[in-house]
Structure formats: structure tokens, C-alpha cells
Design a protein around this ligand. Sequence first.
Ligand SMILES: [Fe+2]
Length: 194
Amino acid sequence: MVTVKYSLEEFTHDMNGLVDGNVDQEKLFDKGSGYLERLISNPEAVPERYRSPVGAGPRANHGSYLLHHGENGLLITAVVWGPGDHLGPHDHRTWGMIGILGNSITETRFRRLDDRQREDYALLEKDRVNHVKSGDVSLLIPDVDEIHQMDNFTDRPTVEIHVYGTDLRGLERSKFDLETGKVTHFATQRFNNC
Ligand SMILES: [Fe+2]
């Protein structure tokens, strides 16, 4: 019997159906994470060239590749963390789903404890450390549970599929200094964010 693998095209079609259907956040995560689990169960879901770090430039050990961007805001990227790659605490300002296609990664989640009244200051508390592995999906919930730090402590690249409700390019977001509490606002032009 031939098993037909769930493709990136089918996933994109199904996600567009959810986004265009204006389903609520809970249903979107419920259905969408099921779609994403199916997609990442297929290691060939994204082309080989999107499963390695870029290998050059300021973040040679990292890769972020655009797979789909629609007018409804749906953004799908492949993100690769090379061995030792690290990204400090940051937020996303949109809903998100992250599925691990290959290997594993350490994701640290933070809770924000301050009243958010100061532009340049935030008090964060470590909430939990997740060792997410191939086949796992984690969710980013705006304002509730969306600040994380990523570390690849393994000796080989980790490949993820990221799905967001908004194009992250140009979106004003924040990164956080745990020592000083300083908040740095940033907006990126390319997919060097996640
Ligand atoms: Fe992120």
C-alpha cells in the first residue's frame, strides 16, 4: 500500500481555510496543531535546501526561510538552529505554532510580572523549560504565553516549521534583558527572526 504523505501545499491550504474561516483562537490551535503534527511527521515536508543553516553572514549557524505568505496574514517559515545556536527572550505579538521537523531544541518560556506600563522595562520570571523534540508542536499565545528563549544544545541542526497569524517582517516586537530588565524594541526586515 502506498501512503500519501501530507504535503506543505495541503497544509497551507488547510491553514488558509482556518484563517479565512475566522475561527476562534482555541479552534484554530486545536485544528491547526493537528495539521502541523501531520506535516512534521513527514521529514521530507520541506525541501532539503531549507533544512540547513545559511552557512554565511552574521548568523551563519541559523536559517530562516519563507515557505508561504498570504494576504490573510498567514506566514509559514522553516527555521533551522545549528548546534549551539541561541536566541534570547523575545515576544511575537501574534499567535504562533512551532512544529519540530527534525532533532530537538530547548525552549525556555517566561512570564511577564510587571504592569507593562513602562516602555523600556519588563520583569520576567522563568516559567518552564521545554525540551521539544521531533514531532512536537508548541503554541505561542499573544500576551499570555509568548515570550521564549531558544537554545540548540545538541550537536546537529534542529529544523522547525513556524506558523504565524501575521507577517513578522516590520512588526514591532520586544526582546528582553533578564539581568537589567531592559526592553529593546525591534522590527526585522527579513526572516532572521522567529
Ligand atoms: Fe520566537
